[in-house]
Ligand binder design. Sequence first.
Ligand code: FAD
Length: 293
Amino acid sequence: MKPAPFVHHAPRSVEEAVAVLGEVGHDGKVLAGGQSLIPLLSMRLASPGHLVDVNGVPGLDTVEVSDGHVRVGALVRHAGLERHDGAHAALPLLRRAVRNVAHPAVRSRGTSVGSIAHADPSGEMPAVAVLTGAVVEVVGPRGPREVPAGDFFVGPLETTLGADELVVAVRFGCFTPGTRTAFLESARRSGDYALAGVAVALGTDGDVVTTATASFVSVTPVPDVLDLAPALAGHPLADLPLDAAAELARAHVDPETDIHASAEYRRMLATELTRRALREAASDRPDHVEGAA
Ligand code: FAD
């Protein structure tokens, strides 16, 4: 099937893009990498009358590492973020997660910010955004505003973004020195959406865990942060009570049954992946690389 007819807009600045979005309102959609939107149009699951193609807007394709965050522009492709050594040095969880997004062809075109704007609970980047305390930078007709990732996602494919607003960048927060992270997921085939996935972060003081958090892929309706400190804080990295932490994950996730897997199977996967991710993080070197910025 082909998309329904639409008007293609090619703004040359953020201001122009926002002006067009304001004019067309709910009949418009931002087009970034097109890796989620174009399939929806082709299947006629969405039929906007106007596509606001931001690929020609300068200044949106940079990754900046500074002041304890990694700022990813709206036109940075998943593959560009995956390859960015500065971003990896400052926040290794980014590469660990983004290399699980689809396969190389999709990663070469799809944007990491588009993935967050799309708010698919099966996406890797929304889970990373909440775990790192990311800030979503938005520009609309009333000017710029910043939204904490925890307030951005309100439901599957649903955010607090207005129809006349553009996400220009997402600032992922770097963890404090000594934090260890891991990202694990399970999919039926390499490159498929995950049946379940988890990102974990262990803050440490020496070899003792001080903070412990996790966020999930494909098993919660909205990406959120689970506090694992009640199970793990105060324990040495070499001897973590992983069963207690995994039990917290099991109780937290709320998966659905679909054609790919039952809810119970996904819950079991999320529980076991949490246990393994924590073990991996505990045995890993700390994420922070001194002087990386
Ligand atoms: P688009 O498709 O252009 O847009 C998606 C939505 O977000 C649209 O509603 C659009 O209006 C909105 N949007 C995009 N950018 C902005 C912006 N800057 N401001 C406001 N709104 C915006 N993703 C995963 O996370 N994990 C996977 O395993 C995975 N597997 C995939 C497999 C296949 C075969 C395909 C085709 C896609 C897969 N994806 C997967 C989706 C991919 O990651 C997309 O790149 C991503 O979801 C959306 O990014 P995009 O730049 O392509 O956005």
